[in-house]
Design a protein around this ligand. Structure first.
Ligand code: NAD
Length: 263
C-alpha cells in the first residue's frame, strides 16, 4: 500500500473540518512542548526530573515538606507555569475557534496556553484543572498563582490562605485527587455529541481523560490523531498524522482558510 503524504493527510483533515458540524479538539502535554514545557513521558520529560509520588493529593495534604517542595518547584525544575507563551499549535487552535470550526477544546493541560492564544474561556474545558490559580481547601478563596509566587519569593515557605489560614493548593489536579465533576461531565457530553474529534499531542494513556476520544469514536465521530509518538488509540484513528503539532496545525489552518475563502 502506498503511504499517504503529509499533504494528503492534512487535506483529509481539512475536508473533515469543512464538513463537521461539531468538532472537539482534545489536547495533551504534547501540544505545549513547542512552548518549552516538557511533557511527562518523552525522554527528558518531567518524570525524569521529578518524583511523581510528590504529586499525590494525599502527600500534599499530609506532609508539609512535600507541600514545600511543590510550592518551590520553580527552583528545582527551573520554570514557572507563567513563563510560557503559546506556540503555533495553540495559535492554530485559537484560529479554528475564530473560523467558527470548533465546539470546544478539551485539554488535559494545566498551562492555560489555549486561553492565552485566544480561545475563549467558555470554549476550553480543563479536565485536570490549571496552574494559574491556587485555592484554599478550607474556605475556597482563590489566589492568582503569580500572587502566591510573590509571597514565595519574599520568603514564605508554605503559603496559607490570607482569609482563614487554611491550606492553599494549586488548582491543578494531583494524582489521587478527584477530577473536577462539572468539567468531566461536560467533556463527556461534548465528546459523545461531536462528529469529529481531533486529538493533538497526547499519548492517551491517562484515564479517565483518554475516555473522551473513545466516547467520540464509539458515538460515531471521526477520530483524527496528530502526535509525534504512538498513542493507545492509533488503531481507531480515521486519519493519523505523525509529526509536530505546531507545523501540522499551521498547515491545517492554512488549508482550511483556502477552502473557506475570505470570511
Ligand atoms: P504525555 O506526556 O503522556 O504524552 C505526550 C505525547 O505528546 C507523547 O505521545 C509525545 O510523543 C507527544 N508529543 C510531544 N511533543 C509533541 C509535539 N511537539 N507535537 C506532537 N506530539 C508531541 O501527555 P498527556 O497525554 O497529556 O498525559 C500526561 C498528563 O500530563 C496529562 O494529564 C497532563 O495534565 C499533564 N501534563 C500537562 C502539561 C501541561 O500542562 N503543559 C505538561 C506535562 C504534563
Amino acid at each position: 500500500m502506498v503511504e499517504k503524504s503529509r499533504e494528503d493527510l492534512v487535506n483529509e483533515l481539512v475536508d473533515l473540518l469543512v464538513d463537521s458540524k461539531r468538532t472537539v479538539v482534545f489536547t495533551g502535554a504534547g501540544v505545549s512542548t513547542e512552548s518549552g514545557i516538557p511533557d511527562f513521558r518523552s525522554p527528558g520529560g518531567l518524570w525524569t526530573k521529578y518524583d511523581p509520588m510528590d504529586f499525590t493529593y494525599q502527600k500534599f495534604i499530609s506532609d508539609r515538606e512535600a507541600r514545600k517542595r511543590i510550592w518551590h518547584m520553580r527552583e528545582t525544575i527551573g520554570f514557572s507555569w507563567r513563563d510560557f507563551q503559546p506556540n503555533a499549535a495553540h495559535i492554530a487552535i485559537a484560529e479554528l475557534e475564530k473560523l467558527g470550526k470548533i465546539d470546544c477544546v478539551i485539554t488535559q493541560n494545566v498551562d492555560g496556553l489555549h486561553q492565552k492564544a485566544g480561545n475563549s474561556e467558555e470554549k476550553v474545558i480543563q479536565l485536570h484543572g490549571n496552574m494559574q490559580w491556587a485555592k484554599c481547601l478550607t474556605c475556597g478563596s482563590r489566589y492568582r498563582f503569580e500572587e502566591v509566587e510573590r509571597w514565595l519569593e519574599q520568603g514564605v515557605e508554605v503559603p496559607d490562605c490570607v482569609q482563614c489560614g487554611g491550606m492553599l493548593k494549586p488548582e491543578g489536579v494531583f494524582f489521587g485527587e478527584a477530577m473536577p465533576v462539572l468539567e468531566t461531565m461536560e467533556a463527556e457530553r461534548r465528546s459523545k455529541e461531536c462528529d469529529l474529534c481531533v486529538v493533538i499531542g497526547s499519548s492517551l494513556v491517562v484515564y479517565p481523560a483518554a475516555l473522551m476520544p473513545q466516547y467520540a469514536h464509539n458515538s460515531g465521530a471521526k477520530l483524527v490523531i496528530i502526535n509525534e509518538g504512538e498513542t493507545d488509540l492509533d488503531g481507531m484513528a480515521h486519519v493519523r498524522i505523525w509529526g509536530k503539532a505546531g507545523p501540522v496545525m499551521e498547515q491545517v489552518v492554512a488549508g482550511l482558510k483556502r477552502r473557506l475563502g475570505p470570511v
